[in-house]
Design a protein around this ligand. Structure first.
Ligand code: GDP
Length: 297
C-alpha cells in the first residue's frame, strides 16, 4: 500500500499530540521533528521538507493555536492544509485545444509506464467524454512498445497509427497527425521513446516531435517507486523540454510516496493523474486534498 511508511509516521506523531489537552511550544517543536523525519524517510526532497516544516511551524506556534481548546486538532488541520498546498492545492484538468484535436504527448524514462498510461488515458477519455482518440506509436526503439500499444488499441477500439520501427519517429508523428486531422479524432495521444537515463539524443528527438505535433500537453510519466530519482528526472525533462503536467505511476506499489510531494514543488508542473495498477481502469485523476488526507490517514 502506498504511503504506508509516511502515513504511519505522521499518524503516530499526530496521535501523541492528540492525547495532550494543552500543548506547549516544545510539543510543537517535537512534533515538527517527527514530521521532518517522516518526510525525509519518505524520500521527500530536503528543500521541500524545509519549506513545508517552516510553513507549518509558523502557523502552529501562533497563539490562536496554542490557546485554543483543541490545539492538537488545529495542528492536524494545519498539516493537512500545508500538505495539500505542497501537492498543488487544486486538481488541474487537461489543457484542451480550442479546435480538435487536443494533442497529448507522453514522455519519460523507459519502464516508467508511458505506453500503459496512453491506454489508460484513452480509456478515461472515452468513458468520461465519449471521446474518439487516436494513438500514435512513436516508440520505435522498443519494438514491443508498438505491439503493446496496438493490443491496448484493440481492447479499447481505438485506432493506433504506426509505421513499424524503421521510420523516424518525427515522420511517424507528422503522418499520424495528418491522419488524425482527416479522421477528425478529438484527441491524439503520442507515445514516445524513453531511455534508461535522460540523454541529449532523446531530448533532441522529443524536441523535434514537439515542434511537429505542437502538443497542448506534454505529460511526464514517472515511476513513484524510483523516489528521489523521479524528482531529478522531472527536473531535467522540465528544463530541457518543458512539461505541462506529471503522471505518477505505480502508486499501488510499496512506495514511500515522497515523489508526489516533491515533484510539484520542484517543477511547478501540476500532477494530473496517478496510476494505481496495471489494468486500464487503474487510473485516478489527481486531487491534492484527497492525496493529503490519504497521507495523513
Ligand atoms: P514505458 O516503457 O514507459 O512505456 O512503460 P510501460 O507502459 O511498458 O510500463 C512498464 C511496466 O510497468 C509494465 O509492466 C506495466 O504493466 C507496469 N505499470 C505501468 N503503470 C503501472 C501502475 O500504475 N502500477 C503498476 N503496478 N504497474 C504499472
Amino acid at each position: 500500500m502506498a504511503f504506508e511508511n509516511l502515513t504511519d509516521r505522521l499518524q503516530s506523531a499526530m496521535k501523541k499530540l492528540r492525547k495532550k489537552g494543552k500543548i506547549s511550544e516544545a510539543d510543537v517543536k517535537e512534533m515538527m521533528r517527527e514530521i521532518r523525519l517522516a518526510l525525509l524517510e519518505a524520500d521527500v526532497n530536503l528543500q521541500v521538507v524545509k519549506e513545508f516544516t517552516k510553513n507549518v511551524r509558523e502557523r502552529a506556534v501562533g497563539s490562536e493555536v496554542l490557546d485554543s481548546l483543541s490545539p492538537a486538532q488545529q495542528i492536524v488541520k494545519i498539516v493537512n492544509e500545508e500538505l495539500t498546498k505542497t501537492l498543488g492545492s487544486e486538481a488541474v484538468g487537461l489543457n484542451k485545444a480550442p479546435k480538435i484535436p487536443t494533442v497529448i504527448m507522453m514522455v519519460g524514462l523507459q519502464g516508467a509506464g508511458k505506453t500503459t498510461f496512453a491506454g489508460k488515458l484513452a480509456n478515461h477519455l472515452i468513458k468520461n467524454e465519449d471521446a474518439r482518440p487516436m494513438m500514435i506509436a512513436g516508440d520505435v526503439y522498443r519494438p514491443a512498445a508498438i505491439d503493446q500499444l496496438k493490443v491496448l488499441g484493440q481492447q479499447l477500439s481505438v485506432p493506433v497509427f504506426d509505421m513499424g520501427t524503421d521510420t523516424d519517429p518525427v515522420e511517424i508523428v507528422r503522418q499520424g497527425m495528418q491522419q488524425a486531422h482527416e479522421k477528425k479524432n478529438d484527441y491524439v495521444l503520442i507515445d514516445t521513446a524513453g531511455r534508461l537515463h535522460v540523454d541529449e539524443t532523446l531530448m533532441q528527438e522529443l524536441q523535434n516531435i514537439k515542434d511537429v505535433a505542437q502538443p497542448n500537453e506534454i505529460l511526464l510519466v514517472v515511476d513513484a517507486m524510483t523516489g528521489q530519482d523521479a524528482v531529478n528526472v522531472a527536473e531535467s525533462f522540465n528544463e530541457q523540454l518543458g512539461i505541462s503536467g506529471v503522471v505518477i505511476t505505480k502508486l499501488d506499489g510499496d512506495t514511500r510516496g515522497g515523489a508526489a510531494l516533491s515533484i510539484r514543488s520542484v517543477t511547478g508542473a501540476p500532477i494530473k493523474f496517478t496510476g494505481t495498477g496495471e489494468k486500464l481502469s487503474d487510473l485516478e485523476v489527481f486531487h491534492p486534498d484527497r492525496m493529503s488526507s490519504r497521507i495523513l490517514g
